[in-house]
Structures are given as C-alpha cells and as structure tokens.
Design a protein around this ligand. Structure first.
Ligand code: THG
Length: 370
C-alpha cells in the first residue's frame, strides 16, 4: 500500500507546516483539503502516555472556520443544526451536529458565537462552506460567508494550563470548558478556547493571520520546554478511549445524530426550526435502529480499521467497528461503531472479524471506555 502523499498545491499547507517538518513529522492525513500531521518520531503508544502526563502542541489548522456574518447569521446557523441555540451567548463554544433534510449528518463542528451577528463553525472533514452558501442563496438570507485566515493550534495535556498561563498570563486559567476569550500576541488580538480533540484538557488558539504561524509555534515550544512539551497530533488511542467521534469514520450522511449519541444536542420539542427536523423527530419517535458502542476485544494488536469490521453475537452480525486501536492501558483493543437494536447491552459477548480472517473475542462497552 502506498504510504506517501503526492504533495500538490491542492493539498493545502498550514501556517505551521514549515515548523512541523523541522520537528520531524513522519506522515500526514488530509482533512478539509489541508495537511494534518499524523505522527512524529514516537509511536502512537508513546504519544498516548506523553499526552496523558505532559503537554503537546498540535497543528489542527485543518479544523477550518466557516464564518457566517450578517443580519441573518443567527437564523442560518440555527437552520443548520438541531441544537437549540436560543440561549447561546457570546464567548460560548458549542458542539453542534449539522444535518440534511433526511437527518443525515453533514458535519459535527464546534460553533463559536463571536457576536450576535458573527459565528464560526470549526468544522470536521466536509465542505460545509458550500452547503452554507447554497442554503443562504436558496433561502435568500442576508449573510456573508467565508473561510477566514484562521488556523487553530491545539495545546493539549494536563500541563496545558501552566504552559498557557506562562505565555498569555494568569487570566487564561479562568476560561471555562467550551468557552473562549481573547489575548494579545505580537500586537494582534487572538482567540483562545478551552477545548480540543482530547479528554486530557487544554486549549485551542485560533490564530488569525497565517504570517504569525511560525512565531506562535516557536513561542509555544520555547515556553513548553520546562513542561516537557512535544509536537503531537490527535491521538487515536486517547480519542477512542474517550469516546470522541470522527466524521467520515464513525458517522457519514448515512447516519443521524440520534444513533451516534448526540441526542442531547437535538431539540425534539419543536421549539426551534432546523433542516432535518421532521426526519429527526420521526426517528426519535420510532427510536433509532442502531446506536454507537465501544467494543473491547482481545490481543494481538489490531491493524488500522480502513474498512468496517463485522461484529457478531454468536453467529448473528450485530454491528460494525469503524475505528479501532490497541490500548496499552486497557491491554486490549478498543473499537467503536454502530450496534443494531436488540443488542444494546454493555458487556454483551461479541466477536470481531479482522481483514486477515482472525476472529477476536470481545464485549460491548459504554463510551467513554472506563
Ligand atoms: N476542535 C475544534 N474544531 C473541531 C474539533 C475540535 N472540528 C472538528 C472536530 N474536532 C469536531 N468534533 C468534536 C467532537 C467532540 C468535541 C469537539 C469536537 C467535544 N465535545 C464535548 C464533549 O464531548 O465533552 C461537548 C462540548 C459541548 O457540550 O458542547 O469536545 O476538537 N475547534
């Protein structure tokens, strides 16, 4: 299998890529047509332990912002998500599923409310800007849509607070979970949120101004020396254990928010109008046919899940795994995927068939894994 990417201009570099290369990046993925570092010198297991103990800096510029601004901005944003945004206030980050008319998932971004008429959708891997453009055009909404020059840099791990306070001052400690505030960096105002794609705590700096990327990276790494900082990337082991879902893997447009555990972000009482409302209310009434579960299954360490793996209970196919990895902490493989109705019991005995034909014994688990 080819393991190199042909680096054309179409695969966009980030404001940090020069530094990421100097730091010894060993491979990339592509998200939103942009590079996402996937590994440096250490193994995914070494990175996992380091992330849980220290602090890491991640180039997550591929979490692109879709900026929605104008008189009808709030209306468009509410139209796009089942989550009730009535009480959202400036300074909030909100995890928002985006749905199509059938209730299928378009994306699962983080929404930032910058002002009453200005929002960012910090997106997972799909072309939300085009969807928003089409909606605005079709509905005749007065909005300006763009992809601003904003590139998030994540600072994740238990030492993130100390590191960030040493750079930006003690006030960053007061930022609440999924809230943002503003700091000054090289004479510019920058947004910092307490969020990120790990369960270890940390921040995301939404750097505005690509020309500042190198300086920000250097500042963070220099200040991070005393905290044993390392360059890293979203860690597959930590993400699966923590029950963080990945658009394109655990969910696509064939899935609805109710089956992937996002019902708490769906207004079902008809108080807000959004695309897919009828479909989602309908699914809620009947109950979803599938639900997301963890699967804990025996060694040896499984390979990368690049095609869903069948999960059986006895001889019956009851679901499929869409992401999996060996957890050195649980000393078993951890997987995540959809399970058919009738088999929704944590602890249920199952088997997982890997691409090489090997069958591993396992059991269903609630998410996140304990
Ligand atoms: N940070 C930012 N943008 C992103 C991601 C991110 N865009 C793409 C992708 N990640 C979106 N996916 C998720 C999934 C889960 C969470 C964030 C982004 C998450 N959710 C909180 C939780 O599960 O505890 C819920 C917060 C809430 O209540 O609103 O952390 O990582 N910028």
């Amino acid at each position: 299998m080819a393991d190199g990417l042909n680096m054309s201009r179409r695969i966009r570099r980030t404001p940090y890529t020069d530094r990421v290369e100097i730091a010894g990046v060993k491979g990339f993925s592509v998200v939103n047509h942009m590079l996402l570092p996937k590994a440096y010198s250490r193994s995914v297991e070494e990175d996992y332990w380091h992330l849980r103990e220290h602090v890491q800096v991640w180039d997550v510029s591929c979490q692109r912002q879709v900026q929605i601004q104008g008189k009808d901005a709030a209306e468009l944003v509410q139209l796009m998500t089942p989550r009730n945004l009535t009480n959202a206030i400036v300074g909030n980050c909100l995890y928002v599923p985006l749905t199509d008319v059938a209730g299928g998932l378009i994306n699962d971004p983080v929404l930032l409310k910058l002002s009453d008429d200005k929002y960012w959708l910090s997106i997972a891997d799909s072309d939300v800007l085009l969807w928003a453009e089409g909606l605005a055009l079709g509905k005749g909404l007065n909005v300006q849509l763009s992809e601003p020059d904003v590139s998030p840099l994540a600072i994740q791990g238990p030492k993130a607070d100390d590191l960030m306070a040493s750079i930006f001052g003690e006030s960053i400690r007061k930022i609440g979970f999924f809230e943002f505030s503003w700091v000054f960096f090289k004479g510019t105002r920058q947004l910092i949120a307490r969020s990120g794609y790990s369960r270890q705590g940390g921040f995301e700096i939404y750097l505005e101004g690509a020309h500042l990327g190198g300086e920000l990276w250097d500042t963070v790494l220099e200040a991070g020396q005393q905290y044993n900082i390392a360059p890293g990337c979203p860690n597959l082991i930590e993400r699966i254990e923590g029950g963080l879902l990945s658009y394109g893997n655990e969910m696509t447009r064939a899935n609805n928010p109710l089956e992937i555990g996002l019902e708490k972000y769906c207004s079902l009482d008809g108080t807000v109008n959004y695309i897919g409302r009828k479909a989602i209310e309908n699914i809620a009434q009947k109950g979803p046919k599938r639900k997301i579960y963890g699967v804990l299954f025996d060694s040896p360490a499984c390979p990368t899940c690049s095609k869903p793996w069948v999960v059986k209970h006895g001889e019956v196919a009851v679901g499929q795994i869409t992401s999996a990895v060996f957890s050195p902490r649980l000393e078993k493989n951890v997987g995540v995927g959809l399970v058919e109705k009738g088999y929704w019991t944590a602890g249920l005995e199952v088997s997982v068939t890997l691409p090489d034909g090997q069958i591993h014994r396992g059991q269903l688990s609630n998410l996140p894994f304990a």
